[in-house]
Design a protein around this ligand. Sequence first.
Ligand SMILES: *Cc1c(COP(=O)(O)O)cnc(C)c1O
Length: 360
Amino acid sequence: MPKSPAVRLRPDIESLPAYVPGERPVGTQVFKLSSNEIPFSPLPAVLAALADAAADVNRYPDMHATALVEALGAWHGVGAERVTVGNGSVAVLAHILSAVCQPGDEVVLPWRSFEAYPIATQVAGAMAVTVPLDAAGRHDLTAMAAAVTPRTRAVLLCSPNNPTGPALTQTEVADFLAAVPANVLVVLDEAYIEFVRQPDATDGPALLAAHKNLVVLRTFSKAYGLAGLRVGYALARRRLTAGFRATATPFGVSSLAMAAALAALPEQQAVRARVVQVVAERDRVVGRLRAQGWQVPDPQGNFVWLALGRRSTTFAQAARHRGVLVRAFGGEGVRVSVGEPEGNDLFLEVAQGWIERVGS
Ligand SMILES: *Cc1c(COP(=O)(O)O)cnc(C)c1O
C-alpha cells in the first residue's frame, strides 16, 4: 500500500529545540534547586483566596482580567490600558513577539540567557540574532546595539540575566534605549527584580514615560511564589498593549491564577520578608563559594552560576547523587537556585568536594 502523506509541520517548528524544564524530584529528601523557585509554601492570603475562587470554577474568568490589570496598573502608577497579563510572562513574551514580528524579521537577544527567548522568537516566525555575554556573564550592550539592523523588530534584555546572574543598571538601560532606533521594541525582562540589591537597579516602569518603544516584563512566578499558577504581565504604551492583547488566546489567565495574584499583590511586606531571607542565603552561598575558590558572576537573582563548561553535566550528576537537583546547561555552566538553607548547605558541600578533586 502506498504510504499516505503525513501532515506537514512548519520546518522551523520541527527543528526547534524543546524547552528543558528543571529536573523534578523523585522520592523524598531531594532539594530542587533547578527552577529558580522560592522554597516557601504559598502565602496564607493566597491559599485562602484560592479556596474561595475554587467554588466558582464552573464559570469562565473575566476575559479581560479587569480586576488584575487595574490592580497592576494602580500598583505601578500607570493606567490599566498599559497592562497585558498572561499565562506566565513567557506567554506574554510570545504574544509580544507575534504582535511585532513577521517572517524574515530579526530579534536581537543576549546569549546565554533565558532559553525561552530563542524558542519564542522562532515560533513568532522571526530569526534570533544572539549576542554573546561578556566574560563576567553580563550583556554586551554595545554589541547588542550594533547588532540592530533594519530588519530588527525587537531586542530582549534580561536583568538579572538568567542563568548567569548579573543585572543591568538603570543608566545602562537608559543609554541603550537612547542608542537603538525608536521603532525597535526593547523588551526588559525583570523577572527577578525583587532580588536585586546593586546600586542603580533597573526600574523599567520608570522608563516607560520617556520611551515609547519599551516594554517591561514582570512575573508572579519568582518572588511572589506563584510559579505553578502562571501569571505574568507586561507594561507598555497603550497602542502596543492593544496589539499584544490582540494576539493572546482569550481567557489567558485562569480564575484561580487571577485570584491568587490579586491576593498576593497587597502582601508586599510578607513577600519582601521572604525575599530578604533568600537574598541573605544567596549572599551566604556566594561568599562560601568564592572562599572555596570558585569564580561566580555577581548574582542579583535567586540563583548562582558556575561556569563549568564541559564538566557541567558531570557536576549536576554529582549533585544529584547527594540529593540536590541543579540545572546544567551543557557545555556552559550550572545554575543553582537559592533554596532552603539545608539544600544550599548540601550544594556547598558538593561544590567543596568538586573543587578539591577536580578544581573549578
Ligand atoms: C522564570 C523567568 C520568567 C518567568 O516566567 P513565567 O512564565 O512568568 O513563569 C521570565 N523571564 C525569565 C528570564 C525567567 O527566568
